[in-house]
Design a protein around this ligand. Structure first.
Ligand code: NAD
Length: 706
């Protein structure tokens, strides 16, 4: 329950509000603060008011538990509370420690003075939800920090350290440690006592400057983020700050209400809640025991092993790094040093921090030395025989209770667990490349994985600052299993008539970070070739274009061999269409007897995205994913799906599943490719018929399938 504390100290009413975990401005908090303000107005002993958050932070903003409920708009609204603060006849000083975000900052900006601790972080993150600060933030921030800084803060949505704002009117004082004493001292000072009320709304905004700066920012946005309306609308509101305050506020209000209804904001808000839901797992109650992770081991120091090692070191977890031979070990160490060198060069890391992290790394060629690690993450070649050797060795040397994880992209985690005499300690920790950068961690729960081991993995993910999603065991787990169909459609589309560049551009215009051919060139085609070969051997009648195999046969394995689907004459960031690939495609079409036809961008996007949706429906129905939003989180954080579209399942829901099904049926009539590919998933079929949505689909009866 939220608590409001009111006490009087040297003629200052100190109003402190507590609503863990982030002092969200719930209805009860707003009502409590309003009542305390009222009490202070009429309290003859009180000359000034200090407003502060309890527990070491001011406020993280709205209470997200109230989103969509009547409590979020119940009186006093945040607007009303802000008005009460700003119009208070007794001066109000905000004492700001820790996070002061969103509505929290909007509230603080209505105070007449602000004192922050040096470690406070202030920001307006609303654009990340497709909205704008809707409680005066776009009007007060430019008045306090200047138009340029306000544009920067509102458009980026990231918190700014108090120290970087110390020179602005936003902060009257920045102090070391708890700001409460300094705020109380300021509130009792003669300056405050003798000055007329200092209302932020009365500060003028320099008009010609605001128009010029907003126009320049608009031009940048149109080039970089043409899809997103929120930053543009935020600029309109900031520009209106040059008008009388109430008119500006009305512009902000209109824009806020419009943005609430945009599909982009709906997608972004959905994504926000989907990430929070992903951490909740059936069969893992909050009280599940968690094993301590104080030291780790990583097996294999290739692309993934090196990145995983960096992710662990960044989280302060010391580790052993095991390789097969000295040359590979040296290469791996150089890779890790290279990652840190680049960060030092960019000014993101100090030399001493680099040295401190590298000192936690213990390279070794011997499994015997790593027995005391709490968690081992294996990242050796993607071949069952190699994994068998590693897990047999781990079973021999690891202490009882060590968590044994594989980073396999596609192999059967149950089989791998079976290489040990302790399958309940085994699970998949599927990192994405580069492992120290990508936010997603797909946690693969094996048939025997103990709840405690899963809970430990979830905690580790948090320590590594990853978004964790739990998947059941199947070929490719959630992400790569769905990607298979997406890739197969991309290759079929080339066979039918589109160029790789055309396909990449179409899906990038839809909002994907990168199209399938550019991604393929980046990660290398040898990996997917090996996977295709395995699938052809394992699955009877597996149909897949041989075009990518022919590309590999030309030695065009991607950027690492100088070219793949594209040439790279001007470096890795500038793919150029390749004459050799064009020739390859023409001769491939001749060989398979396909006559080139026109393929439009709409078809490209639909075939790629609906391939994801149809397989996602199977993944959901089989219980491989616990909920549709988990699938969406995987695609948003690991595969570059446009966040503003919410992920493939949410996107399909928002289009209407009947419409998706109709197109799937049309694609099934296409004579080219694999006729069985577009067989509608039974869940898609049923939901389309009943007017349902994936997001409302009841959870599978069983917990996650093994
Ligand atoms: P890689 O070829 O870059 O690295 C593998 C490393 O393992 C090599 O350095 C090799 O010397 C070492 N190794 C082989 N056998 C070993 C053994 N018995 N003991 C110790 N070290 C051994 O491969 P990668 O791309 O880093 O992939 C590693 C694993 O991660 C694979 O299972 C792969 O499927 C998975 N994965 C890869 C990606 C990716 O994008 N590359 C993404 C997610 C998962």
């Amino acid at each position: 329950m939220p608590e409001i504390d009111y006490r009087v100290d040297r003629a200052v009413a100190v109003v402190s509000f507590a609503n863990p975990p982030v002092n969200g401005l719930s209805h009860a908090v707003r009502a409590g603060i309003a009542a305390a303000l009222q009490r202070a107005q009429t309290d003859p002993e009180v000359r000034a008011i200090v407003l502060t958050g309890a527990g070491g932070l001011f406020s993280g903003g709205a209470d997200i538990r109230e989103f969509g409920t009547s409590a979020s708009t119940a009186d006093p609204t945040l607007h009303r509370l802000i008005e009460l603060v700003e119009t208070s006849v007794k001066p109000v000083v905000a004492a700001i420690a820790g996070a002061c975000l969103g509505g929290g900052l909007e509230l603080a900006m209505a105070a007449h003075y602000r004192v922050a601790s040096a470690d406070a972080r202030l920001g307006l993150p609303e654009v990340t939800l497709g909205l704008l600060p809707g409680a005066g933030g776009t009007q007060r921030l430019p008045r306090l920090v200047g138009v340029e800084t306000a544009i920067d803060m509102i458009l980026k949505g990231e918190p700014t350290p108090a120290t970087a704002l110390a020179h602005t009117e936003l902060l009257d004082r920045v102090v070391a440690g708890d700001p409460l004493a300094a705020a109380t001292e300021l509130a009792t000072s003669s300056d405050v006592a003798t000055s007329p009320p200092r209302r932020t709304r009365d500060i003028p905004v320099d008009e010609p400057k605001v128009a010029t700066l907003c126009e320049a920012a608009r031009a940048r946005l149109r080039a970089e983020w043409p899809l997103l309306p929120a930053p543009l609308r935020a600029l309109d509101a900031i520009e209106a700050a040059a008008q009388p305050f109430d008119e500006g506020l009305a512009v902000e209000r209109r824009a806020f209400l419009e943005l609430m209804e945009t599909p982009e904001s709906k997608g972004l808000r959905y994504a926000f809640f989907a990430e929070r839901a992903a951490g909740k797992i059936d069969g893992i109650p909050p009280a599940t025991a968690i094993r301590p992770v104080e030291q780790a081991a990583v097996i294999g120091a290739g692309t993934m092993g090196a990145g995983i090692a960096v992710a662990l070191l960044d989280a302060g977890i010391p580790l052993w790094l095991v390789e097969a031979d000295q040359t590979a070990l040296d290469r791996g160490l150089a890779r890790i040093a290279g990652i840190y060198d680049a960060q030092v060069k960019k000014g993101k890391l100090t030399e001493s921090e680099r040295a401190r992290r590298l000192a936690m790394l213990r390279p070794t060629l011997s499994y015997e030395t790593i027995g005391q690690a709490d968690v081992v993450i294996e990242a050796v070649f993607e071949a069952m025989e190699v994994k068998r050797g590693v897990f047999r060795a781990l079973d021999r040397v690891m202490k009882p209770g060590a968590v044994l994880a594989t980073n396999t992209s596609t192999l059967d985690v149950n089989t791998i667990a079976g290489f040990t005499g302790r399958p309940s300690d085994v699970l998949g920790l599927h990192f994405f490349s580069p492992a120290n950068v990508m936010r997603l961690l797909e946690i693969v729960r094996g048939r025997a994985t103990a709840p405690e081991v899963l809970a430990t993995a979830l905690r580790l993910a948090k320590a590594l600052r990853k978004v964790a999603v739990v998947s059941g065991v199947c070929d490719g787990f959630i992400g790569n299993r769905m990607l298979e169909g997406y890739s197969r459609q991309a290759w079929y589309l080339v066979e039918e008539g589109a160029t790789p560049d055309r396909i990449d551009r179409a899906i990038e215009s839809f909002g994907f970070a990168m199209g399938p051919f550019r991604v393929g060139d980046l990660v290398g085609h040898d990996v997917s070739l090996a996977i295709r070969q395995r699938r052809r051997a394992e699955r009877h009648g597996y149909l897949c274009s041989t075009l990518p195999d022919k590309l590999c046969a030309l030695g065009r394995l991607g950027q690492k061999t100088g070219g793949g689907w594209y040439d790279y004459p001007e470096g890795p960031r500038r793919p150029a269409p390749s004459a050799a690939v064009e020739e390859l495609i023409t001769s491939h079409r001749e060989a398979i007897g396909v006559v080139q036809r026109g393929v439009d961008d709409g078809e490209i996007v639909e075939r790629l995205v609906y391939a994801l949706v149809n397989e996602g429906a199977r993944v959901l129905e089989e219980g491989i994913a616990a909920r549709a939003s988990d699938i969406d989180v995987i695609y948003l954080t690991g595969y570059g799906f446009p966040r503003a579209r919410g992920g493939p399942m949410f996107y399909a829901d928002s289009l209407g599943l009947d419409r998706v099904l109709e197109r799937v049926r049309e694609f099934a009539r296409n004579p080219h490719g694999d006729p069985a590919f577009w067989t509608p998933a039974p869940l898609l079929d049923r939901l389309a018929a009943s007017g349902g949505r994936f997001s409302e689909n009841p959870r599978p009866a069983a917990p996650l399938a093994p």
